[in-house]
Design a protein around this ligand. Structure first.
Ligand code: NG1
Ligand code: ZN
Length: 533
């Protein structure tokens, strides 16, 4: 039975702030770090219960607030295959986090055990990690109390990136099976990625150095380690690696800064020469933005949509070259925020689906293809290979040396790509492979298609819950009548497109607009925002 007295004693040490309500949203729990102690404790208990429910499989717990300001923190659970927590458990997490006091918490735990039919006598295993935020150590201590409260076998993965934690979860759970994902250590991850990379670029001319903005976060550590594994095969010049400098994390740097400001981090200004390519990681290294300066020193951004265009076309070509065309279906998943230019480019080549914002939607939709490529415009994305596709690669009898080479490349890509979740470092290596194979500089890559000018604005409204959407969030069904007015306005703009949706991570409504010209896109966004307000 549940160790109620142990739970009670430890829960009493982590009382819930009475004035706050927590919600397990798209990014897990995420808010000011100083308010999260009770949440961490309770998530520790929940992770143990989730593991028991899944017969002792290892569950991941990542303490991070990604690209958010340094004072924020957060926590999310990772399911056994390295994927996001199953959606139905998000509600359980929210219920546990909001129980008013210890008694209510214990009652909520007992309820969960009963309704989910959890056999509490099963073992429970968890692997956990944190990013470099100053609030991390104390929050980890609360989390560990949660593990202790229900006797979880907990493995501390220390300070590492979100994607490495996801990798570890999958590696631990597949150890010794035919689906073994890799050695369950950070070295195992580095080895897997770097050896696949070296095989993929063998025989290609040496890459010019790549500037990597590490957002002053945990990616700095991982990138330095990876750089040592890569050696001369890919010279990395790391910037913004001040992981202990107060206030530095994500401050005027990182992938989110680049994407939202549409400019390079000021700290890189003197290092960016025309033609030099660079990329930015976010605070937990699961998002990636590329950019370069053109010959007139204009900033050119190569965002998640450009990455999708580059890598999806590459995979599609390899599948053809391997002689697997028709047997292996490659498809792409985007959200409504994907630039219309990218959607046009991609859909002329491969099937494209649009789904609601949030990695879990993209990930699940990508699983429906034999090879599913998904990227959010903000730089989060990966490629999924179905188990049947892996078997096809293994059993394929190439009829020419060229086919054989292409299949080998595909197999190496399955090793290079972190299929559990978007991974800035893995994606960076993938981009570098494609650039090397195609002999592309940033310029040729950027020229695949032209971005439509666009504008994203946030609107603070009294109640964002009145905004209800349909059609992968591209249309409003509530408030009544608003969509018809938006449609009428959009119709007046050349290549106009606009949509409104409530944010899942902030208390705002987002308005996105595109049009043929920059001024028109701005105007459309602000006029729609005016209708929402
Ligand atoms: P919301 O706040 O629901 O728009 C944001 C990003 C998503 C995704 C999530 C999770 C935009 C417009 N939205 O979601 O793409 O990354 O955060 O982190 O960038
Ligand atoms: Zn992130």
């Amino acid at each position: 039975s549940l160790p109620v007295s142990s739970i009670r004693a430890l829960a009493d040490l982590h009382p819930k702030p009475s004035n706050l309500r927590f919600q397990y949203g798209t990014a897990g729990f995420r808010t000011l770090g100083s308010t999260l102690e009770s949440v961490m404790f309770r998530v520790g208990v929940l992770a143990g219960l989730r593991s028991k429910k899944l017969d002792g499989k290892t569950i991941g717990v990542m303490v991070t607030a990604s690209h958010n300001p340094e004072a924020d923190n957060g926590v999310k659970l990772v399911d056994p295959r390295g994927e996001m927590l199953e959606a139905s458990w998000e509600g359980h997490a929210t219920v546990l986090a909001n129980a008013a006091d210890t008694d209510a918490f214990i009652e909520a735990v007992e309820n969960l055990v009963k309704t989910m039919k959890i056999d509490v006598s099963k073992p429970s295993r968890v692997v956990y990690a944190r990013d470099t935020r100053p609030s991390g150590p104390q929050l980890i201590a609360s989390l560990e109390d949660g593990f202790q409260a229900i006797n979880v076998e907990a493995r501390n993965a220390g300070v590492t990136t979100t994607p490495i934690l996801h990798y570890l979860v999958r590696a631990i759970n597949t150890k010794g099976t035919k689906d073994a994902y890799g050695e369950d250590s950070e070295e195992g991850y580095m080895n897997k990625l770097s050896s696949a990379f070296k095989k993929l670029i063998a025989g290609k001319p040496a890459s010019p150095p790549l500037i990597v903005d590490c957002a002053n976060g945990v990616g700095a550590q991982a990138a330095a380690e990876l750089s040592a594994y890569l050696g001369e095969t890919l010279p990395l010049i790391l910037h913004n690696t001040a992981t202990t400098a107060p206030g530095a994390l994500n401050n005027a740097c990182g992938a989110d800064f680049v994407k939202t400001q549409q400019k390079p981090p000021p700290s890189l200004a003197s290092h960016l020469k025309p033609g030099q390519r660079a990329c930015s990681l976010d605070g937990d290294a699961d998002r990636l933005m590329y950019y370069y300066l053109d010959e007139r020193s204009q900033f050119r951004m190569l965002d998640g949509d450009k990455i999708a265009a580059l890598v999806a076309a590459f995979i599609g070509d390899l599948v053809k070259a391997a002689g697997l065309d028709g047997q292996v279906r490659v498809g792409i998943v985007q959200t409504a925020y994907a630039n219309g230019g990218s959607t046009k480019y991609l859909s002329e080549r491969l099937p494209v689906r649009c789904v609601s914002t949030g990695v879990k939607h993209l990930h699940h939709a990508a699983e429906h293809y034999d090879i599913g490529v998904y990227f959010e415009a903000n730089g989060h994305g990966t490629v999924l290979f179905s188990p049947e596709t892996l078997t096809k690669f293994a059993e394929h009898q190439p009829s020419t040396p060229a086919q054989s080479t292409a299949v080998n490349h595909l197999v190496n890509l399955t090793q290079l790509i972190n299929q559990t979740v978007g991974d800035a470092l893995s994606d960076m290596l993938f981009v570098e492979v494609v650039l090397a194979h195609k002999s592309y500089s940033g310029f040729e890559w950027d020229s695949l298609y032209v971005d439509l000018p666009n504008r994203l604005v946030k609107v603070v409204v009294a109640d964002r819950n009145i905004f209800k959407t349909t059609d992968a969030e591209r249309r409003l069904v509530s408030p009544p009548g608003l969509q018809a007015r938006i449609d009428e306005l959009v119709g007046k703009y050349d290549s106009g497109r606009a949509f409104v949706r409530p944010s899942g991570t902030e208390d705002v409504v987002r308005v996105y607009a595109e049009a043929r010209g920059k001024a028109q896109a701005d105007e459309l966004a602000f006029r729609v925002a005016g209708m929402v307000y």
